[in-house]
Design a protein around this ligand. Sequence first.
Ligand SMILES: [Zn+2]
Ligand SMILES: [Zn+2]
Length: 181
Amino acid sequence: MHIRVNNLHVRPLNVEISEPVESFPALVAMAEQGAVIFTGEVTGSLTAGMAGDLVRLEGRVTVTVVMSCGRCLCELRRSLDVPFHLCYHQVDVPLGASDDAEEIELTLRDMELTPFTGDEIDPKPEIAQELIMALPQAVLCQEECAGLCPVCGGNLNTQACECAKPVFHEGLARLKDLKIG
Ligand SMILES: [Zn+2]
Ligand SMILES: [Zn+2]
């Protein structure tokens, strides 16, 4: 997915997005850490246009993520649907080439502008960041998920177990008394 900026000042460009998650290194890295697996294709669309000397990309992407229930650890599939607004600023020094280039890049990023060189933008890294930021902190398979038995590890949603309720740790019990007193 490369957006040519040459003609954007003449007219905006509509781009259909359909890219396998494997072409987003940041999404692949998330899967390797084991927390969340992005799967299938990232699909959607964006409109690219000029705003002054900035290139603005506005669009929306959808992707399927596989996560674990925060209580019972069962596998859940969720669809993420994420709108995004990205702003790019063209720079004529090669990025990372010198201290000056680095300073320009940092200043732009402070203003939430992404620098690019040449006449093409590849927005995949920024779109991947938007997807990662949109991940829910914790998901539950159901509001009343009973979780796992702390003694035998059985899934209490699907099996009743005979385990005794865990005994309160003595220290914690004292803490509780303190609070009440
Ligand atoms: Zn659950
Ligand atoms: Zn149990």
